[in-house]
Design a protein around this ligand. Sequence first.
Ligand code: AMP
Length: 588
Amino acid sequence: MDYKDLTKTYSALEKTTKRLEKTAAIAELLKKTPKKELSIILPLLEGRIFPKWDQRELGVASRIVLKSMNIASGISAVKIEDMWKKAGDLGDVAESIFSKKEQSTLFSSKLDIKKVFENFQNLALLEGQGTVDRKVKLIAELLTSAEPLEAKYITRTVLQDLRIGVGEGSLRDAIVWAYFGEKIGIIYNKEENDINLDEEKRKLYNRYSDAVQNAYDMLNQFSEVAEIAKDSGLEGLNKVKLKVNTPINLMLFKKAEDIEDAFERVGSPAAIEYKYDGFRLEIHKKDNKIKLFTRRLEDVSRQFPDVIRYIKENIDADSFILDAEIIGIDRRTGKYKPFQDISQRIKRKYNIEQMAKDIPVMVNIFDAILVNKKDLIKTPFQQRRKQIEDITNPAEFRIAIAEQIITDDLEKANEFYQKALSLGNEGIMVKNLEAPYKPGSRVGYGVKVKPTMETLDLVITGAEWGEGKRANWLSSFIISCKDNGEFKEIGRVGTGIKEKGTEGITFEQLTKMLKPLITKEKAKHVDVKPKIVIEVDYEEIQASPTYSSGFALRFPRLVRLRQDKPLEEVSDLKQIKEFYRSQRQRNR
Ligand code: AMP
């Protein structure tokens, strides 16, 4: 396929914010793509060159791209930089530069996606002396043959900033439309922006879409999922197996109000475990080699040689995929360390062994997804737990099986919960004994229970216009606390606000209230006069350089409008610091 065909799709995707229109455009492209090119087209649609869990990076800074543009166009780097300052986006600059180029030098050869992809991949392979010059050459080679639109997207891809608004959901749906669209009877009506599915078709749609999602949760590469869908349809997708060393999307948990609610949701008796306040780790072993992935699928094997040793020494199985939480620990006292400490270890590239000594961690294993080649996804939780017990030799402050009780007794459960908190855990997990392991979903086979924080009263000081069907509404609100007579930002909230006005506050109402208060508008962003006070619920206060208060709220949610509250009663930064500290104390 010509790269030009892909850039036409990019351009169509960039021009619309409508999710269905995007899906239709991607599906059209997929239908035209031969099987052997899916492994190029799908990553490029995500703006990726390597799978999510692959640590290779292109390592291309704007300087490198500027130089390549200079070589390919003959226009001085100073002039290009000037244009860049005005336009704000190097991709747009590339498009305009290459449309001005003399016809005679234009398009010396057609760009094929394979060639483009190869050059992108080669960027990541370069190392050592002369790397920068060789990277410049690889990009300039592509730009020399590029048409304006191609130049734009080559530039954006190497800078890892494609900005065409394609998320995982659109790609999953596009695979359904492309390969099962006819079977389901999907016909996209652009005018109505709808695919008009009746109940029957909707059911069928969901079946295919679940199958695609399930396969993706295990493979984490859309290209592989698309190849299977194209080649062997639903049956093929349903046969997808776990692969050791390919990280899966881990199972997620819902939140319960309290222990009673937890029992109601998962059934009783249930397994109750400590909810360790650390870092989730997916542990793979095959051929005597161990690999570690984070919840976001980054490969952190190099960062945790100590964890690899504990696992090698204390887990007795030839192959496995385990789900665990690592947590910082003081080995003299046995006390947990704050979460921030181990998060330093995740990004660390040098002096790793020293870091492992300074910030020791312990591994708490709480689930087994595969053991000795046997896929345990459909095995009930209680038996999976038994598997962990069979293969693990706990070693003090190094490796443990998650602390667990099985009970249907509220009092016993509560005792366990209080003990968990007093030891510095975040709370407890309550899990259904019979449930399978469901990768990637917040299915509610397990729920978390943790103390709720006091709500905050915050004032709205900014907002952003929405997209798609929310285009006429302000849809994301910047919230601020009070600090010595000033307002300091502490986060953004978009949750807890309704689209329709039967219950609770709607986007439309908030927009009406805020519009007269707008003091400044820049692109999608508006500043508003502090006037509207809202009550905000959240899961945790985190230290964060992103907002001027120095803190951010995790999972903020609007509870209600507090028009009764004067600005003087907006939560004070001092009080927030206090909450932050007490939350940390509890977690120590
Ligand atoms: P949350 O991040 O609040 O959705 O809570 C779920 C997280 O708790 C998981 O992603 C794990 O990182 C962590 N966790 C700690 N202990 C356990 C446990 N015993 N079982 C499951 N998850 C746990």
